[in-house]
Unconditional design. Structure first.
Length: 133
């Protein structure tokens, strides 16, 4: 009986966690065609520019109003490479060394702060899905 209960609890937890992951629309492209994550009370949208560069938008809860005011991003690959990020208009353009190919399998990690609200580190699996480029 305990074994059945444990299996049932595991299945329920799995179903609830999958639903929660997609509750914020992370399964759909963002307003700029990129992949979305929610590190805090804001969203990050990651758009692949080329095999060395990504654009990062810091969006509000409704996926609107990109903001760089009192904001910061730090971007790195799980394999160790670090990107240099510069503000360009309402987004961050982050460039990796030429030796990096963002179309290879890896995890891209973003630590962000938007309008003085710090988010948890989020991870994007690379390569990005075709609908998020």
């Amino acid at each position: 009986m305990l074994k059945v209960f444990g299996y049932t609890a595991f299945c329920l937890a799995l179903v609830l966690s999958v639903g929660r992951a997609f509750a914020h629309g992370e399964d759909k492209p963002g307003p700029h065609g990129g992949a979305i994550k929610m590190p805090s009370s804001f969203h990050t949208e990651l758009v692949l520019v080329n095999k060395h560069q990504v654009k990062i938008y810091l969006l509000d809860e409704g996926w609107l109003n990109p903001s760089i005011k009192q904001s910061h991003v730090a971007v790195r690959l799980q394999s160790g490479a670090v990107a240099k990020c510069e503000i360009q208009g309402e987004l961050y353009l982050c460039t990796f060394p030429d030796s990096v190919d963002l179309q290879n399998k890896n995890s891209l990690l973003i630590q962000s702060k938007r309008e003085n609200r710090k988010g948890v580190e989020v991870s994007y699996d690379l390569p990005l899905p075709k609908n998020a480029r």
